[in-house]
Design a protein around this ligand. Structure first.
Ligand code: PAF
Length: 282
């Protein structure tokens, strides 16, 4: 366990980062909304392996929640998060107050393009604008060399990579593989909302993705049928509604055509909890 610097203001952040820069440190940022689980800690371990110092941020970003979504009940457990960060020797935590990111009079937003339009973007139209805006601000405030994002939020990863490319930001975006429970459920802070019965059903989502991948590898022409059968299966085991289950071009997120890199993405409700997952298709 090592000491963790905790900064809450841009001024303190600037002092910390300037010191690191003066000492020639390579800086990695891991942006999070807290409620840290093993998946977040794996992102931080990956960041430690590719930089000299790692700063995690914890900020539950109001701009990426619609009024009817779970901003108020989103899990917040800062004291436990701080212990977890200390235990894995993360160097610093940036946990700003809302006004550090959205001061009085704030009115400028990043508007992502086509990569954000479908899938999550279609069901949560406010979401990627809020994510891109806060991530751009965190990048500018922290000024890291590298930032690590989980593949669990595959479309988010593509939206951020596209933003970095389009805005000429000098930051390397490092993807990190999805961290899963032993039964395959992708780790997510929102898994805490699942009842015991829902938790039993939840691994069906990953199993469904694997089954689609296996079937399409042998018979790609069955794509439409396979997706329909899988949706019916997910509804039968207790999911519903299914917001989307699609095979897409893995970078543009446009509908997939054979010969292009493919990703299967799903978002489905289990009771009051919305789960998302994805996997590649060779
Ligand atoms: O993936 C998340 O936790 C959030 O969307 C992020 C990237 C920290 C922005 O608020």
């Amino acid at each position: 366990m090592s000491s963790l610097s905790i900064v809450r203001t841009r001024a303190d952040l600037r002092t910390l980062v300037s010191n690191w820069r003066r000492n020639g440190k390579k800086i990695a940022l891991v942006p999070t909304m807290g409620a840290l689980h093993a998946g977040h800690l794996a992102l931080i371990e990956q960041a430690k392996a590719s930089a000299d110092v790692v700063i995690a941020s914890i900020f539950v970003n109001p701009a990426q929640f619609a009024p009817h979504e779970d901003l108020a009940r989103y899990p917040r457990q800062e004291a436990a998060d701080i212990e977890s960060l200390k235990a894995i020797s993360c160097h610093a935590l940036y946990a700003p107050h809302v006004a550090e990111l959205y001061p009085e009079g704030f009115q400028t937003r990043v508007v992502p393009g086509a990569v954000a339009a479908r899938l999550e973007g279609a069901f949560r139209p406010h979401f990627f604008g809020g994510v891109a805006t806060v991530v751009a601000k965190l990048f500018l405030q922290v000024d890291p060399d590298i930032a690590v994002f989980g593949e669990k939020d595959w479309q988010q990863l593509q939206v951020i990579s596209t933003m970095v490319r389009d805005l000429d930001l000098k930051i390397e975006i490092a993807p990190a593989p999805t961290h899963r429970e032993a039964d395959g459920l992708a780790l997510s802070s929102r898994n805490a909302y699942l009842s015991a019965a829902e938790r039993e059903i939840a691994p069906n989502l990953k199993q469904a993705l694997d089954k689609i991948a296996e079937t399409l590898t042998q018979a790609p022409e069955t794509l439409a049928n396979v997706l329909e059968q899988t949706k019916a299966h997910l509804l039968a085991v207790g999911f519903g509604p299914i917001d989307y289950l699609e095979v897409c071009h893995s970078q543009t997120l446009e509908p997939w055509h054979p010969g292009h890199p493919a990703r299967i993405l799903v978002a489905a409700w289990l009771g009051k909890t919305r789960l998302i997952d994805n996997r590649g298709l060779d």
